[in-house]
Design a binder for this molecule. Structure first.
Ligand code: NDP
Ligand code: 5RP
Length: 284
């Protein structure tokens, strides 16, 4: 018998990730249109999270902000309220580690299992099923659902108790943040020096400067394609979570702080609608 799998949050990432899950799929998203392709491929549309919770054995969420996650899990009519014993809930949203622990505690009281399983690899990784997935929560639950996580990932790693997946994703975002500033400033410098920027990009991508951001986002910067793979407002959300966590740990991250300020200086329009490659507009 096919496993009944729920997927809530079918935006840029979720709509692609859900396609790789094998089973009977139950989907819900705030804007139904964004689940249309999945529905056409056979997924069952649910009118609310309650319907998903009543049907599915395992439920994935891929939402925007920690507040969305809080509402979805802990709010009235949320997944914990309607969930049942033995059910597994997996939050792939990039969210707060502390909230992940809070949700896991609330779920435990009802015999529901929760994992935090944020992903890296961008829109391209989601489309190709090659994400890197980082997991926190009970290890035996992780083992149970690992094959599902593998279906949209090329790497799945377990890190420890609830919140550990989110902490790992924060480490990922720290590495990406300064890298994005480096990518934009590299192109700006090459252009200012009168070089053929496309060739510079092609050449340095093959050397030690090579990175996911350089290969995937620098070409979008050069072609003026600012369509979101990764929304700038989500990147700012992530950097804010990291800065909050760093403060709690009593550590300073001046590189990340600078990246946050440079991104935060972008226009409201750019923050709301553009992908993170829009940082190039600060320079060129
Ligand atoms: N894009 C990327 O490259 C990556 C993004 N991430 C992270 O993954 C998460 C999702 O990103 P992405 O897919 O790009 O963002 P999107 O905004 O495209 O997707 C989020 C989806 O969640 C839906 N949603 C939010 N709250 C609710 C709710 N209460 N009920 C139902 N649906 C809800 C939104 O609905 P609606 O359609 O109405 O807005 C939207 O479709 C973010 O936390 C992001 O930081 C992680 C790795 C890479
Ligand atoms: O826009 C980006 C960086 O500025 C990346 O698309 C984004 O960070 C995707 O990487 P990840 O999947 O690791 O979050």
């Amino acid at each position: 018998m096919k496993m009944k799998i729920g997927f809530i949050g079918t935006g840029v990432m979720g709509a692609s990730m859900a396609k790789f899950l094998e089973g009977e799929l139950y989907v819900f998203n705030r804007t139904k249109l964004k689940a249309q392709e999945l529905i056409e491929d056979g997924a069952v549309w649910c009118e609310n999270p309650r319907e998903v919770a009543e049907q599915a054995e395992v439920i994935f969420t891929m939402l925007g902000y920690p507040d969305d996650v809080r509402q979805m899990y802990l709010g009235e009519d949320g997944l914990i309220e309607y969930g049942r014993q033995g059910q597994v809930l997996i939050d792939c949203t990039t969210s707060s580690p502390e909230l992940a622990s809070e949700i896991a505690r609330a779920a435990e009281e009802k015999g529901i299992f929760v994992l935090d399983a944020p992903v890296s690899g961008g829109d391209v990784g989601a489309q190709n099923g090659t994400l890197s997935t980082m997991v926190g929560g009970a290890q035996e639950v992780f083992y149970r659902v690992e094959p599902l996580l593998q279906s949209f990932s090329n790497s799945v790693s377990y890190f420890g108790p609830a919140g550990s997946g989110q902490h790992t994703k924060m480490a990922n975002q720290i590495a990406i943040a300064s890298g994005m500033i480096g990518v934009a400033e590299s192109l700006y410098y090459a252009k200012s020096a009168g070089l053929d920027v496309e060739r510079v990009l092609e050449t340095i991508s093959k050397g030690a400067a090579g990175s996911w951001s350089l290969s995937n986002l620098a070409p979008r910067m050069l072609s003026g394609d600012f369509k979101p793979g990764f929304y700038t407002h989500h990147f700012l959300k992530d950097m804010k979570i990291v800065l909050g966590e760093a403060e709690k740990m009593g550590i300073q991250l001046p590189g990340l702080q600078l990246a946050y300020e440079l991104y935060n200086d972008l226009s409201d329009e750019q923050k709301k609608n553009d992908g993170t490659q829009t940082i190039i507009n600060r320079y060129i």
